[in-house]
Design a protein around this ligand. Sequence first.
Ligand code: MSP
Length: 639
Amino acid sequence: MEQKTFYISTPIYYATAKPHIGSLYSTLLADVIARWKKQHQRSVYFLTGTDEHGNKVATQAQAAGMQPKDFVDQHIPEYKKMWHSYRIEYSHFIRTTDKIHIQTVQAIVNKLLAQGDIYEGLYHGWYCTPCETFVTQSHQETGTETIVCPSCNRTTELLEEKSYFFAVSKYQTKLQEWYKDNPHWIIPHERAHEIISFLEQPLHDLSISRANVTWGIPFPLDPKQTLYVWIEALCNYITALEYNQSTNTFAHNGWPADIHVMGKDIIRFHGIYWPILLMALNLPLPQNLLVHGWIKVGGQKMSKSLGNAIDPEHLLNHYDPDIIRYALIRYVPVNQDSEFSYELINRVYESDLANDLGNLLQRLIILAHSNQYNQVNPTAAWSVDSIVLQQKAEAAAHQIELLWNDYQLHLVYATLWTYIKDINSYFHAMAPWQQIKTNRKEFEETISATCHAIAFIAWYLLPLMPHISSQILHAIGFSTETIEATIALLRQGIWQSHFELHQIPILFPKQITHKDKIMKQQDTTTVPDNQYATLENLAHCRIVVGTIIACVPVLKSEKLFELTVNCGTFGNRKILTNIRQYYDAQALIEQQALFMLNLKPRSLMGTVSEGMILCASNENSKPILIQPITNVPSGTLIQ
Ligand code: MSP
């Protein structure tokens, strides 16, 4: 039998402003999941869109001196452009002002009226206009007659008016049973507690029409009333599929939805009123609700008024969208609130992406290329180290699949990164730049095993970083279409693939960060032209690649090492350096680094230093040796 279309949705966003990082996060989660399913040959329907009716929109339109429809229209291209820029591949963009949505919602209301689930009544209660919701009495401020809205803390007003009610109380027991039978319906399931305890109180029938809101879907048969915005908004998930209420069928495949993605603030609407509406329509409920936390900045929820919002459009001026996709999905845990910042992206860029992933690929390709090994063949019998690398891949794959079942994407990618670090350790321990000098077969095995491991990670990265993983695949001779068969083999423990290596541009070039930019500006304004270095200055510095052949602590000092450095034609040099607190003497032996040889010899602690080691260092951080990407003959000049 044909498999059901995998249907995933985002919330529909208020079309009152352009998307912010919170809406980007909800949409990205859905996109990564949708891509993962497509990668597994599922047909996917991915719905997103905008919520366009209600007082909030009308008030903002009025303030802007615009008609509500013109007001919302202007924001739609912003959403579509942003999603496109972030490589989000949705199937359909629904707007609640779409004719089909309005007609279907009215037909649904007629059906519920006819079956007695909607009835006319009189509503009196405290209404919060900004949140468009009636507030219950328990939120009364102590000692006053004022009722404060629990969500926005603003004062509400007492309303009494004719209204139509949705008989949710009729379905309370059925919904409670649903939660008992489906304890994992809400992911993460801890989030269900709020709903389950809310359901322990008697549910009041819900007023679903408004007499004083004109910007909304007219209530059928009573055009003075419009529909409560939340009720029609929820219906978007079925109106998009062109639901037909008389036959209870859909023009498009997909229902029941597999996942509705949403933030924790809108769980009550999705966890109570939406399933009841579906029960009343005699439709199956969605498979899961995936509920994420808030993104915070500086410990606070982001908001325009606090001026701490991160603008996703601005981020795109600095980073490739794949990098922001990675930082958001990997470092914002699905199941809790968390911080997000430019600093975080910069850090992640340098450590996870440039260092762990980019360098590995670059070193592999350059090393293979410089040793004329671009057609990489598998080895007949793998060494123990390579077998361990394979086993670690299999263990990671197993773990990742379990995590995917619960959509814990941050953990999926944390697990993948542990494996990337394993590949780095393997590569470093095998030291193919040494193997090539003594045993070409071993060198070829290391290159081949590393290619297999990289193919493996590129597969898991595809849904998250579609562009970057395509480049990685290209570098090892695959396309996104041809990789799947190879992955199936790797998953069975068959590491017998051939790779064709191609040189590609550096995946994660050094970024100019905000801070760098400011410093650069300062540099150019404060350094006069006549202080620029000249090529002659550079030629005057004798900087060479040397190989450390001995390293001993200087007895009278706590900080110094005495290095013996093979500088090729410049002979062996004794060089003192104060990197002792950061490095193990043994680990430095056989390492190559850069040395400045024509500094005036200097006597320290009774020893004469005949040069200086050059390190990349910032104040207070570990000095990092600067090494050629592959070993070069000792004494090679930097020029
Ligand atoms: N229109 C309703 C949803 C109706 S769905 C039938 C709505 N819109 S919204 O634009 O206010 O929010 C949409 C989504 O963005 C929600 O899932 C919300 O949780 C999410 N986020 C808004 N700000 C957020 C953060 N700061 N962090 C993470 N997500 C947050 O609600």
